[in-house]
Design a protein around this ligand. Sequence first.
Ligand code: S3P
Length: 413
Amino acid sequence: MRISGTIDLPGDKSISHRALMFASIANGESIINNLSTGEDVVSTMKCLIACGAKIVKNNDVKIEGVELKEPSSLLDCGNSGTTVRLLAGLLAGQGINAEFIGDKSLCSRPMDRIIKPLSDMGVEIDSDNGFLPIKINSKNIKGISFRSEIASAQVKSCVLLAALGASEASMISEKIKTRDHTEIFLKSLGANIKINNNISIDPLKSSLKSFNLDVPGDPSSASFFAAAAALIPNSSITIRNILANPTRIGFFKVLEKMNGGVEWRNMRSVNGESVGDVHVYWKPLNGIDINRDMVPEIIDELPIISILASQAEGPTIVAGAEELRVKESDRIEAICTNLYSMGCDVIEKKDGFIIEGGSNLYNTSIKTFGDHRIAMSFTIAGLLTPKINELDDAKCINISFPEFNNILDRVLI
Ligand code: S3P
């Protein structure tokens, strides 16, 4: 058994959330192709519709920009941290009051990280001690000078979106650069935003421009097939039309550092975002050290990187990754528990883990913790065992990537 083929993937989840939000308040009609099909993006779409957005979804998605209004129901963000954190900022900036709820996982994730800066901008917020449900009441919000102590694009984006409706300019800086799709997208739609070491952003004087967008393929979804090709001898895969923003291709940089075969081809720019085709092929891997500065670029890919590490020669040490504990699950615990039960030597640390390479893995029952990326990572790990792994919750994969198993079946030969 090996991996072979050329594939295209559904659109990037981060860009899909943002495209829906920006089109909903833009001037005129926007058309979005290749939107992410995951349930998280559906959560964003439903919340926007509850706020009066005019969204029609067929093969493409057509959105007529409107002035959003106060929703008559609670905004259910499901499992999606991006939905609640970005939408809270967007609605605060548009002067709209709303109450956000979510599923069990989302209710256990910290919201104080957005409550603090939004409160400093003058938004009144009720919350359950820094957790969902949160209620925002926003009138006349002020600009802010904000330095994010946590490396989080969701927090940065929340503040940027609120700043669009502030009474004066805002300034935002971050210790370690996180994904910058909000900045790139807003700039391309006419917002006055300057991106240097700091980001400065003016309140909108006129509506954002409407747009036509083909969302590039999701590099986080691509990482699972790339990892499978990198792990199984004599495999190779080409994944076309992938978002190649430098803040999002950390997985491929790590794979190269581990001696994996990675070639980027056909690089181009789409609405200010870099896009390319990536070709990945099998080569023996070696373990590496991963430190805090590298973490934001691989924050969603550390689960699948842990599977690469289990097969590399020598140990892989991941440090400075405590943010993994507050993702859809505690991903440090989820990675360590499942790798251990597959027979891998792994040491759990507060801020990461140490994986001894060269493991002979055996199949087992995987505890997904309801986390899509854990489910997909350990499906790939199961390809390395005599029999595949069983997942306690295979449906959670639909959160980001409902097509995952079909595409995997296509490229496994
Ligand atoms: C996202 C940012 C990241 C990432 C998440 C999507 C975004 O979260 O983990 O899947 O679209 O801005 P943080 O920025 O909070 O780390």
